[in-house]
Every structure is written in structure tokens, then in C-alpha cells.
Ligand binder design. Structure first.
Ligand code: TQI
Ligand code: ZN
Ligand code: ZN
Length: 236
């Protein structure tokens, strides 16, 4: 993985600057003629639609402020961005480490790989801050952060930003800060229909009913939590 960073070159003076986003070394990004990116999920993971919709929402946050579009495809091999859950050593030289520690990682453009640690207790829907499990990690928060890396953003020193390098467990942070927006717009330009307000796509905090259909088509209704083979949690 490329963990180096370059600071934005356009800031010649450090006074009054409010931007603290960074890029990867060499400022890699998706090419100019590629504004419509596809994404796919590792087929072996057999993720439920609830999990996929977390990523759909996470991608929407970035497409709102740029000219980028993200489309889900079933063809894992053809997709620009490939998302999957893995445990331990999974063949890319960056093994996962069990509960907490590294939660996920993504590679800089144009690798397109986004890996999540299957050993974490991922919260798919519901209120992560209300979880009794101290190791619960909000999937959407991590997804928004890792997508930032996929698109070429490094870490930011702005504490409120999505690209800030630490997050506490049982915390939800999914709204792009203006620092994130400036960083991504330096790479890809602004969305002409984005009005610059900080309102984000329907966060739908209130409609997580704690009830849904799993991949086998049976209903699950929750009192407490439900853990699947990938450590995914739904909180009621
Ligand atoms: N994973 C690190 C991260 O995504 C991996 C990493 C370290 C990295 N240095 C990097 C990736 C430089 C790209 C470039 O930052 S993590 C958070 C946060 C992690 C951390 O598991 O530690 C989030 C994953 F920022 F909250 F701490 C997601 Cl949101
Ligand atoms: Zn990996
Ligand atoms: Zn990061």
C-alpha cells in the first residue's frame, strides 16, 4: 500500500489556510475520461442487500460533490472498484489483524481494491453509539473513509473530516466535511449541480427499522443483534 502523502501544492502560504487534506505520492487519480466508475462485491462474501446499500449510500456522498458516478455491477472482474471482506492474511501483503487494530484498507488509484476486516463487529444498520458491544464499528463510516482513499485522498489533519486518520469505536461519522469536499474537488472538479451547501444525501437515520431480508430470503427481526458469518451486526 502507498502510505506516503503529499500536501496540496496550491497552498503557497500557510496563513489562513483551512484545508488540511492530502493526496498519495504522485497524486494518483482516476483518469480524466473516466468519471463513471463501477463497483462490485467479492462474490464469495454473499453480502446481503443491506450491506450493499451501505456502500451505495457511502458512494453517493462522494458523487454528490463531484462529477463522478458510481454504478454497481455483478461482474467482479470487470469492475473498477472491488469490495470484499477478508480475514487475516489475504494475499496482498497487508494482513488483517483480528478484532480492532486495522479495520479496513484501500489502495490508491487506479488499484480499486477496498478490503474490510471480516473479524470486526461491523454495524450495518442501527445506532452504533447505542451498541453494548465495545468493539462495534460503523460500516458506513469506514466505507466513506476508504472510498476517499480509493479515489486518491490521503489523510487529513482536520479532526471533523472523513479523512482524519482515527475514529473511536462506537462512533458514526459519515458526512463529508468541507475539507474532504475541497480535497476531492481538487482531484475531480465539482459537481455542477452541487449547491455548495453541506447537506448530504438522505442520511435516512430514522428509517432503520431493524428488520429486513437476508440473502436466503427469510425474514429476520431483531431484538438486540444478529451476527452473520462475516461479523455483521444489525442493531435494533
Ligand atoms: N486503516 C487505515 C486507513 O484506512 C489503513 C491506512 C493506514 C492507510 N495508512 C494509510 C490507507 C494511508 C491509505 C493511506 O486509514 S484503518 C479509519 C479511521 C481505518 C481507520 O483500519 O486504520 C477508518 C479504516 F480513520 F477512522 F481511523 C477506516 Cl475511518
Ligand atoms: Zn487487503
Ligand atoms: Zn485512512
Amino acid at each position: 500500500m502507498n502510505s506516503g502523502k503529499t500536501t496540496p501544492s496550491s497552498n503557497s502560504t500557510q496563513f489562513h489556510t483551512v484545508s488540511h487534506y492530502t493526496f498519495f505520492d504522485g497524486k494518483p487519480r482516476w483518469p480524466e475520461n473516466k468519471r463513471d466508475l463501477t463497483y462490485a462485491f467479492q462474490p464469495e462474501n454473499q453480502l446481503s442487500d443491506d450491506v450493499k446499500s451501505v456502500f451505495t449510500r457511502a458512494f453517493a456522498r462522494w458523487s454528490t460533490v463531484t462529477e463522478l458516478t458510481f454504478t454497481m455491477t455483478d461482474s467482479y472482474t470487470d469492475a473498477d472498484l472491488r469490495i470484499g471482506f477478508f480475514v487475516g492474511d489475504h494475499g496482498d501483503g497487508e494482513p488483517f489483524d483480528g478484532v480492532l487494530g486495522t479495520l479496513a484498507h484501500a489502495f490508491s488509484p487506479t488499484s480499486g481494491r477496498l478490503h474490510l476486516d471480516g473479524d470486526e463487529s461491523w454495524v450495518v444498520s442501527g445506532d452504533v453509539t447505542a451498541s453494548s458491544l465495545t468493539t462495534a464499528v460503523d460500516l458506513e463510516s469506514v466505507a466513506v473513509h476508504e472510498i476517499g482513499h480509493l479515489l486518491g485522498l490521503g489523510h487529513s489533519s482536520v479532526e471533523d473530516s472523513i479523512m482524519y486518520p482515527t475514529i473511536s469505536s462506537r462512533t458514526r461519522k459519515v458526512d463529508l466535511a468541507s475539507d474532504d469536499i475541497q480535497g476531492i474537488q481538487e482531484l475531480y472538479g465539482a459537481n455542477p449541480s452541487y449547491n455548495g451547501s453541506s447537506s448530504t444525501p438522505s442520511a435516512q437515520e430514522g428509517d432503520t427499522s431493524g428488520c429486513g431480508v437476508n440473502t436466503l430470503g427469510s425474514m429476520w427481526v431483531l431484538s438486540g443483534m444478529l451476527v452473520s458469518g462475516f461479523g455483521l451486526l444489525w442493531l435494533s
